[in-house]
Design a protein around this ligand. Structure first.
Ligand SMILES: [Zn+2]
Length: 262
């Protein structure tokens, strides 16, 4: 009996030690730091070589085939709203702000948290000059709405926190999902955090390298009273957008009026 008991003990010890790696790794696979978090050190790896080769990818919720309810898609009056996404950017955002100031109009800026952290003074200028702020996620994660609700919440809170580090007590009444890839979950989390979900009604696709003339034509042919126009002040070469705005801003102001979202 004794050798048997010893053997059983040895076997269970081996099994116990071999199993140790799994619970240690599980947190990073299941509920660890949000996938959207900025570069954070990876979870410590077990020193023994694991039998498992690739960790399972976090499962993404399917994207709904239609836009969920509760999206804000018009200004509610005749005036149109200009929204600028993916900044702040030191090269483009000041030029957009200069144009808006020269035309005596205000807009809404959907800012990326990691950019806010790098360029807080630009966010301060946006707020100081009377523009509206909108949370555009921490790192422009187009799949954020498909992630676990806790990850969505952490991402939006982190971005709000960066904005408020730049502009204490900033009002952030809107969230805009990168890529327009909305899910009911991201809309609900934004609402719980006091933000309305901001979509758009006019998208000239200025991110896709059209000429300034094309951007202008696309906006002018699609714009209606109360339109929310999507353009970009970050994320690439924005010279065509800026050139288009030279004409668009005064023209839209004359035809409809331009107001920031409230
Ligand atoms: Zn964007």
């Amino acid at each position: 009996m004794r050798p048997r008991a010893l053997l059983a003990f040895a076997v269970s010890l081996v099994l116990f030690l071999a199993g140790c790696g799994d619970p240690a790794r599980n947190p990073s696979q299941v509920g660890g730091p949000p996938a959207s978090a900025a570069p954070s050190p990876p979870a410590p790896k077990p020193t023994t070589t694991p039998r498992r080769t690739t960790p399972p990818k976090p499962r993404l919720r399917p994207l709904p085939t239609t836009l969920p309810a509760g999206l804000h898609r018009s200004t509610g009056d005749r005036a149109v709203a200009l929204t600028f996404d993916d900044g702040p950017d030191p090269r483009w955002t000041p030029q957009v702000l200069d144009q808006l100031r020269a035309a005596h109009v205000t807009a809404t800026f959907c800012v990326i948290g990691s950019q806010v952290k790098r360029y807080p003074e630009l966010v301060a200028r946006i707020a100081r000059e009377g523009h509206q702020l909108c949370n555009h996620s921490w790192r422009h994660d187009i799949n954020l709405g498909r992630r676990p609700v806790a990850d969505i919440r952490a991402d939006l809170l982190r971005t709000d926190k960066a904005i408020r580090a730049a502009v204490p007590k900033a009002r952030i009444p809107y969230y805009r999902q990168p890529g327009g890839r909305w899910t009911p979950e991201v809309v609900a989390v934004a609402r719980q955090l006091g933000m309305r979900s901001l979509h758009w009604s006019v998208d000239p696709q200025d991110w896709d390298h059209p000429t300034a003339q094309t951007i202008g034509k696309r906006v002018e042919s699609a714009v209606r009273p109360g339109a929310i126009v999507l353009m970009h002040d970050g994320g690439g070469d924005r010279r065509p957008t800026l050139a288009a705005c030279q004409h668009l801003i005064p023209e839209l102001k004359r035809r409809y009026g331009i107001s920031r979202l409230r």
